[in-house]
Design a protein around this ligand. Structure first.
Ligand code: PEP
Length: 245
């Protein structure tokens, strides 16, 4: 039985319209009635278009809202199509995911991620900093080297890390149904924690109501970043329930 404080982040990716917000009612009700709700933090990261209406829908609940990325520039500027951390904060976001592998694969580099993290912190957002190795890097057995580089550069010259959560997300696990072996995952998270000190480390990659029973037994995990399964309120609730079963 888990009796530990755990963080559950829902990453909706590029899914959802205004009508998707109706599903939140179930989650709000569940959280209100859940006996261990004082142990749980839920953060929903919808597309930017839904941040404001979602914040309004959730204003009477403990659930917080975050964004999925931000532009690195702290000021307004001529960056067509972009949104910066200050703008996200102004519409109610409290968190922002930075360094997600889907953005890294689209060309986002560690140095840019570092600038984005600094900008988000400056705007008063908490940061969910994603790191993780690709399948090729895993096969070459350079996972630790890669994570070390992502951490070193991503967190370079950030003295106060209190508002940063790490999300360890092996790229080969995202959206594939595959998860690391428990022992391997424990060791990797242990490695990350030794590098970054006191920060909380979430696991992300194909978390679902079935495999969460295995994942929750890995006791250095501080929560889960859930992609696909978080778009279905029932599955997301089941993940939380089973974590505490
Ligand atoms: C993610 O997008 O961060 C993620 C973990 O996705 P999924 O749960 O679908 O693998």
């Amino acid at each position: 039985m888990t009796n530990k404080y755990m963080i559950f982040v829902a990453n909706w990716k590029m899914f959802g319209g205004l009508n998707s917000l109706n599903s939140l009612r179930k989650v709000v009700k569940f959280l209100k009635n859940f006996k261990k709700n004082n142990l749980i933090k839920i953060v929903y990261c919808p597309p930017n278009t839904l941040i404001r209406p979602m914040t309004k829908k959730l204003r009477k609940s403990k659930i917080e809202v975050g964004a999925q990325n931000c532009h690195e520039n702290n000021d307004y500027g001529a960056f067509t199509g972009s949104v910066n951390s200050k703008m996200l904060k102004s519409v109610g976001a409290k968190y922002v995911i930075i360094g997600h592998s889907e953005n890294r694969q689209a060309g986002e580099k560690d140095k840019l991620i570092n600038i984005k993290i600094k900008s988000a912190l400056k705007s008063g957002l908490k940061v969910i900093f994603c790191i993780g190795e690709t399948i090729q890097q895993k096969r070459k057995k350079i996972t630790k080297q890669i994570l070390n580089k992502q951490i070193q550069i991503g967190l370079n010259k950030i003295a106060n890390k209190k508002k940063i959560l790490i999300a360890y997300e092996p790229v080969w696990s995202i959206g594939t149904g595959l998860i690391p072996q428990s022992k391997e995952l424990f060791n990797t998270i242990d490695f990350i924690k030794k590098k970054i000190g006191n920060l909380k480390v979430l696991y992300g990659g194909s978390v679902n109501p079935k495999n969460v029973t295995e994942l929750k037994s890995i006791d250095n995990i501080d929560g889960f970043l859930v992609g696909g399964a978080s778009q279905d309120a029932k599955k997301f609730i089941d993940i939380i329930k089973k974590t505490y079963n």
